[in-house]
Design a protein. Structure first.
Ligand code: NAP
Length: 205
């Protein structure tokens, strides 16, 4: 790579409540498909929009993400949204990452397709789309036709990536913990240990 080539930085946004094998496979696949140099996981702060359910504290979700990604030299974790006050807007995160980068970077924002629809619908879609290439990860059986109708997939900055491992979901993992079912291999071993030690998801979540 020549000196003038920008660094290709993947930004993996999610609540990660908890992070699971599907998220890790998604990030690795994006790294490969889009020839990224690194993927930065960005756990959300306090998700004010998730009405009607408790979300584990940002610090718990941040630490589980660090544990899950520790063994991959191309993965790292940012505290940028965990520490920012108020609602989390992806556009602000991308702008801050660009502003504080020490080198020229090209941004690739990776998240779930349904979450991506919200980003496009809620805040400055054109500005958001000019900040990064968007990679929407979907589960097998996901209604891509709906995504194509609502998201500007014809836009050169939007791609869809189907990830079979995303049959695993955080919602199902929380239910399993609550009901005493196994989560081994659905989450990294260290994350399972952290969930048990911190007593997460045993209550009404
Ligand atoms: P969500 O609504 O909890 O998740 C929607 C779907 O996407 C779920 O099926 C979820 O599965 C999946 N998903 C979430 N993150 C994923 C990832 N990184 N890789 C693969 N699948 C993923 O979404 P969210 O966690 O609140 O938000 C995701 C990202 O979008 C965050 O970075 C958030 O800040 C951003 N966002 C921004 C705006 C805005 O700027 N206005 C609005 C909405 C979301 P799991 O539950 O298994 O993860």
């Amino acid at each position: 790579m020549g000196a003038a080539e920008p660094k290709r930085l993947g930004v993996m946004g999610g609540t990660f409540d908890p992070i699971h094998a599907g998220h890790l496979v998604t990030a690795e696949e994006a790294l490969w498909q889009f020839r990224l140099d690194e993927v930065l996981f960005v756990p959300t702060g306090r998700p004010w929009m998730k009405e009607g359910r408790d979300v584990a504290a940002p610090e718990h979700r941040y630490l589980m993400t660090v544990i899950a990604t520790a063994s991959n030299p191309r993965f790292s974790v940012s505290r940028i949204e965990v520490e920012r006050e108020g609602p989390t807007y992806t556009v602000e995160t991308l702008q801050e990452l660009r502003r504080t980068a020490e080198e020229h970077i090209e941004l690739f924002f990776i998240t779930g397709a349904d979450a991506m629809l919200e980003i496009f619908q809620w805040k400055d879609p054109e500005e958001v789309l000019s900040e990064a290439h968007f990679i929407a990860a979907t589960r097998p059986g996901y209604d891509i036709a709906r995504f194509e109708k609502e998201a500007p997939t014809s836009h050169p900055n939007v791609s869809v990536m189907t990830i079979p491992a995303l049959a695993i979901s955080s919602t199902d993992i929380r239910r399993r913990v609550r009901e005493g079912e196994p989560i081994r291999y659905l989450v990294p071993e260290g994350v399972q240990a952290y969930i048990e030690k911190a007593g997460l998801y045993r209550g009404g979540r």
